[in-house]
Design a protein around this ligand. Structure first.
Ligand code: HEC
Length: 149
């Protein structure tokens, strides 16, 4: 190998590095923007990509459900109709409440994709034991798994 060709190879490597930098910078930027947009989306409960950090039934209710069913769970009518979950005899059937939350029903979005089995069990158990509901039979993680099928 001649001296000349060694130098030109070294130059090639440098050019290649510069080239890589030029090409990888936009990819890194796109990934960063994607991550930022993803975080912003977690505020949107309708997104199937959503993941909630809350784990207790109460915190999940406050973060998600009260947006439609209201803080006192008495529901509301206006732009849409959101039934009361307070003193709701339909919640006696644990399987019904569970299915509505996992799979959705009419204007009620499904939360099966957005929440873990533990989170779904927690929030269903929470509404069934609060707001003048007193149904003590707990929904288990195994029940949630079954409701997903
Ligand atoms: C985007 C609004 C919205 C959100 C958020 C929402 N719901 Fe609902 N929910 C509804 C609507 C609308 C219905 C009535 C569906 C129908 O017409 O059958 C409903 C029905 C229900 C029912 C059945 C009540 C009954 O008496 O038949 C349960 C249980 C329920 N929701 C629980 C929850 C829980 C728990 C959460 C939070 C994880 C939640 N919902 C979040 C809109 C919402």
């Amino acid at each position: 190998m001649t001296r000349g060709s060694k130098i030109s190879r070294a130059l090639d490597v440098r050019a290649l590095r510069r080239c890589l930098l030029v090409f990888t910078t936009p990819i890194a930027l796109a990934a960063w923007v994607g991550a930022t947009v993803g975080t912003a989306q977690s505020a949107n409960f309708l997104s199937t990509m959503t993941r909630y950090p809350e784990s207790s039934g109460e915190a999940l209710y406050d973060a998600i459900c009260q947006g439609c069913h209201m803080a006192d769970a008495k529901g509301s009518t206006g732009a849409g109709s959101y039934p009361a979950l307070a003193a709701d005899s339909k919640l006696e059937a644990a399987g019904y409440a569970l299915l509505v939350v996992v799979q959705g029903q009419k204007a009620m979005p499904s939360f099966g994709y957005a929440l873990s089995d533990e989170q779904i069990a927690a929030v269903v158990n929470y509404v069934r034991t609060h707001f003048d509901n007193d149904y003590k039979d707990e929904v288990t993680v195994a029940d949630v798994e079954a409701a997903r099928r």
